[in-house]
Design a binder for this molecule. Structure first.
Ligand code: NAI
Ligand code: MG
Length: 501
């Protein structure tokens, strides 16, 4: 494995792939959009067109759903033995690992994130995710259940449950971790025997399309994985509403999550949602300052703050507030902002002009309402979509910058003194995705962990992800969990079988 990681693909392999006009994967074939239309994906470091991609729409979604349905009904995937399914997913993971450097480069080009980060985080996590779910393929079990049946005195029954695939699954993913989000979605769906139509984000379709080629190379039967790039309002909406889809899994904004829910109502398809966040990160005065400061900085600045779980509200106990703010600002100052392709870069551009405008809009709104930027506070440079890592102080609970998800490298630092008030403040959000706690006092840590209304609580760490650890949100951060064995519930139906003996 170590050697595979080190071999860089020839430059032209990547540029050949990127410069291709990309197509749609339906039923094992790469096809043009029914409309013949294409759209551009941009290099966010320069704003230049990176590649042209077939623009999937309603008709393409319909064809993809029919292909997935046929693949499901014939059982060419669900009727393989669990071991065969597991091995196919494992093979896919091996291929992804063999092509790690190429995927890291594609991800960095398309999304803007530093190549050195994609190389150690995005791609290895995706590889690991597929391996974890390859293992689950042989462990999807039901139960035998002793039953009593009060109105059938003396009768004997054998009752058991089966876990069966839901059927055709539509998956809509965002642009912040394009490959990893594809893996989070595809791994459990495939391990449990479903067939899939995946719509990548229009900003970052490239790694999902390359992954489609690896599914073919790994020998997945035609129609099991269909990949339709296109816009949310067209292709995404058509997938969410399609009557031939049994389940829709979505990651993205809370606003679109609600639209997905409405669209799903037509045939009452199952829905799972992984939505926004405004996660509190709480630092108590007893901490190891250096660790907590570094942790607080990376909680918000990792992936340029484009993380649904970003530690964007930093609550610091009064007596160390100034020191922590100063320390996080120092970290921010040392962040090397630049093109993700440059090995010296720590933080790349935001993904798009739209996100640049959105984040700068929040900065302006906060500052006009009286917040102060200790560091950063605006755009970085005048080319590409870069924003300066920013620490805001003097905020109030009502400000938009404290209440709404900014999805950029912007943290609001807020002092606290009363732990009971802190709990109320930390939970004063419509979201409930994640939270961080920094303290050496284990009682304090676990007490607060139980009081925070969030799907993930990190204690003395932040942004720790593992395929085995469930992830998802309370409140408006979503429905259901991703990863771990928890996600298997989202992709299986339970059948109770009862036999009179
Ligand atoms: P979005 O929610 O619009 O996009 C996410 C995915 O949903 C993309 O694949 C998009 O094509 C699709 N989509 C958009 N509209 C749709 C519709 N009507 N029906 C079906 N699918 C649709 O997010 P966007 O506009 O890219 O970013 C806006 C904000 O959303 C960000 O600033 C951030 O706050 C939040 N966001 C949260 C993410 C998370 O991981 N929870 C990821 C991306 C964005
Ligand atoms: Mg949108």
């Amino acid at each position: 494995m170590a050697t595979a990681l080190k071999i860089a693909p020839p430059e032209d392999k990547i540029s050949n792939f990127v410069s291709r006009t990309h197509r749609i994967l339906i039923n094992g074939k790469w096809v043009e959009a029914a409309s013949g239309k294409t759209f551009a994906t941009y290099n966010p470091a320069t704003g230049e067109v990176l590649a042209r991609v077939a623009e999937g729409d309603r008709e393409d979604i319909d064809r993809a759903v029919k292909a997935a349905r046929a693949a499901f009904e014939t059982g060419r995937w669900s009727q393989l033995t669990p071991s065969e399914r597991g091995r196919a997913i494992w093979k896919l993971a091996d291929l992804l690992e063999e092509n790690l450097e190429e995927f890291a480069e594609l991800e960095s080009l398309d999304n803007g994130k530093p190549l050195k980060v994609a190389r150690v985080a995005d791609v290895p996590l995706a590889v690991d995710l597929f391996r974890y779910f390859a293992g689950w393929a042989t462990k999807i079990e039901g139960n035998t259940i002793p039953i009593s049946v009060p109105y059938a005195a003396g009768a004997k029954f054998l009752a058991y449950t089966l876990r069966e695939p839901v059927g055709v699954v539509g998956q809509i993913i965002p642009w912040n971790f394009p490959l990893l989000m594809a893996a989070w979605k595809l791994g459990p769906a495939l391990a449990t025997g479903n067939t899939v139509v995946l719509k990548p984000a229009e900003q970052t379709p490239l790694t999902a399309l390359r992954l489609g080629e690896l599914f073919q190379e790994a020998g997945f039967p035609d129609g099991v994985v269909n990949i339709v790039p296109g816009y949310g309002e067209t292709a995404g909406a058509a997938l969410a509403a399609h009557p031939g889809v049994d389940k829709i899994a979505f990651t993205g904004s809370t606003e679109v999550g609600k639209l997905i829910l409405q669209a799903a109502a037509g045939n009452l398809k199952k829905v799972s949602l992984e939505l926004g966040g405004k996660s509190p990160n709480v630092v108590f005065a007893d901490v190891d300052l250096e660790d907590a400061i570094a942790g607080a900085a990376s909680a918000i600045f990792f992936n340029h703050g484009q993380c649904c779980c970003a530690g964007s509200r930093l609550y610091v106990e009064n007596s160390i507030f100034d020191k922590v703010v100063e320390g996080v600002a120092e970290h921010a100052n040392k962040i090397n902002v630049g093109s993700g392709q440059d090995e010296a870069t720590d933080m790349g551009p935001l993904v798009s002009a739209e996100q640049l405008n959105r984040v700068c809009g929040y900065l302006e709104s906060g500052i006009s309402e009286g917040a102060k930027a200790v560091v950063g506070g605006g755009r970085h440079g005048d080319k590409g979509y870069f924003v300066k890592p920013t620490v805001l102080v003097n905020t109030t609970e009502k400000m938009k910058v404290v209440q709404e998800e900014i999805f950029g490298p912007v943290v609001t630092a807020i002092p606290f003194s009363d732990p009971a008030e802190l709990v109320t403040q930390a939970n004063d959000t419509v979201y409930g995705l994640a939270a961080g706690i920094w303290t050496r006092d284990i009682q304090k840590a676990h007490r607060l962990a139980s009081q925070l209304r969030a799907g993930t609580v990190w204690i003395n760490c932040y942004n720790i992800f593992d395929a085995a650890l469930p992830f998802g949100g309370y409140k408006q951060s979503g429905w259901g969990r991703e990863m771990g064995h928890e996600v298997l519930e989202q992709y299986t139906e339970v059948k109770a079988v009862c036999t009179a003996l």
